[in-house]
Design a protein around this ligand. Structure first.
Ligand code: NAD
Length: 429
């Protein structure tokens, strides 16, 4: 029998660790803090329950055929059906999707919603496709992963480069193949199709609420605080708007097109209008265009990473001036950078807590769909805020009591819930 956790290839340097290795390091770091009766179960976390690789052939508008590779990974289903987004990006790989699905396992347990962890993706640059091609890609991908899907099996949601329209196509394709309308098979749908009010801003709102909770405990006033945000999409833009509405100054925004800074504060709504019209913040006439690297040393109290994984490496971590780093994105900080930030006394609000607002409102959407009874936006935002605050308090108290980082504390809470579910379910056969 083995209870070895380490499955990280020793030939990889710290800089070469990909997202899956990052997750394995995080499991290694939490292992000593888990109770003795759960120790033999820890290796369960180090492999996905199942992973599906699919070929996605698409007829292009010019009549030619293109082939894309897609994935759906169910990391763990002990606490409920798989739940996690679908990403369209040219850099999507199987290990990346494995890591993203694993973080969903931990995240769903941290906020205590009754889901396991899953994630999907297609290696594609959606900007190269027409709307009709994107629809055909989505419908073929959905059909290929259909065997895994279902409102009580696996429930996708949006992620990078996927949106309400993509979720509507997914829901329609699944429903056509099943011969019935199934709203609960996917979340992040348009409100007209069983989507939830408040879902669009939910992840950004969770980022804001968790940062405000940390700021309060650190004696930092959000009103007047300076905030720098990487990523100006679903998560980053909503977070920027909510910080700004609470009186914070958004002093820098970086997206894949460029970086804009203004120490006096950026007008978030005007920047959003610009970025929608120009596919990014580059060239926006509301501040100074700075180089991408300078972004990390922006003079700000709060830094929000809301773009991609693997953005903060040791060299970057040494330059960050903020007191709080909030991980709106999944896996933005490398394990080594994490330790540097900890040593430097920077409070890192980990992804599995900070960006859990999205899956929390996805859970509300799923509950509303299967009960066919819909709630008001105020009700949804109030419930979201309550869950985020409770999860934040539990993580903070665990970190304080055990003298560990917020990330390891979140993993303690999440992994304990997942492994305890395994323990009481027992080992089959
Ligand atoms: P999105 O596609 O709406 O936006 C992504 C943003 O990041 C864009 O502004 C893009 O330009 C920017 N970006 C991409 N690569 C970049 C780079 N190398 N440097 C700087 N900026 C870059 O995606 P999203 O839904 O906002 O997701 C962002 C992150 O949040 C992802 O890690 C995702 O997994 C995570 N997340 C999203 C949700 C959600 O509900 N959408 C929930 C939880 C976590």
């Amino acid at each position: 029998m083995t209870t070895t956790v380490s499955r990280i290839p020793s030939y990889l340097s710290a800089e070469q660790l990909g997202p899956w290795e990052t997750f394995l390091v995080q499991v290694e770091r939490v292992a000593p803090h888990l109770p003795a009766d759960l120790q033999p179960l820890i290796p369960i976390l180090t492999r996905p329950t199942r992973a599906l690789i699919v070929n996605v052939p698409v007829r292009l508008d010019n009549g030619e055929m293109a082939h894309f590779e897609g994935y759906r990974v169910q990391h763990n289903l002990a606490r409920g059906p798989g739940k996690g987004g679908i990403r369209y990006h040219p850099d999507v790989t199987l290990p990346e999707v494995m890591a993203l699905s694993a973080w969903m396992t931990v995240k769903n347990a941290v906020v205590n919603v009754p889901f396991g962890g899953a994630k999907g993706g297609v290696r594609v640059d959606p900007r190269q496709l027409s709307t009709a091609e994107l629809e055909r890609l989505t419908r073929r991908y959905t059909s290929e992963i259909h065997i895994l899907l279902g409102q009580d099996k696996d429930i996708p949601a949006p992620d990078i480069n996927t949106n309400e329209q993509v979720m509507a196509w997914l829901m329609d394709t699944y429903s056509m193949n099943e011969g019935r309308t199934s709203m609960g098979v996917v979340t992040g749908k348009p409100v007209s199709l069983g989507g939830s009010l408040g879902r669009r801003d939910a992840t950004g709102r969770g980022v804001f609420v968790s940062t405000a909770e940390a700021a309060r405990r650190l004696g930092l006033d959000i009103a007047g605080a300076r905030v720098a945000i990487q990523g100006f999409g679903n998560v980053g833009e909503a977070a920027a708007r909510l910080f700004s509405d609470a009186g914070a100054r958004i002093v820098a925004v970086q997206d894949s097109s460029g970086t804009i800074a203004n120490p006096a504060g950026l007008d978030v709504r005007a920047l959003k209008t610009w970025s929608t019209a120009h596919q990014g913040v580059a060239g926006a006439p509301f501040g100074e265009q700075i180089d991408g690297d300078s972004f990390w040393s922006t003079d700000a109290e709060i830094l929000v990473a809301a773009a991609m994984e693997n953005q903060i490496h040791p060299a970057t971590a040494r330059r960050i001036r903020a007191r709080i780093l909030t991980e709106g994105a999944n896996g933005p900080t490398s394990p080594e950078a994490d330790l540097i930030l900890q040593d430097r006394g920077i409070t890192v609000i980990p992804d599995v807590l900070a960006n859990a607002g999205g899956v929390t409102v996805s859970y509300f959407e799923w509950v509303q769909d299967i009960s066919a009874f819909f709630w008001s936006e105020d009700e949804i935002n109030a419930r979201l805020e309550r869950i985020m605050k409770e999860a934040f308090s539990a993580v903070w108290e665990t970190a304080t009591a055990k003298g560990i980082s917020l990330r390891t504390a979140a993993f303690v809470l999440g992994c304990d819930r997942v492994l305890r579910a395994h323990k009481v379910r027992g080992l089959y056969p």
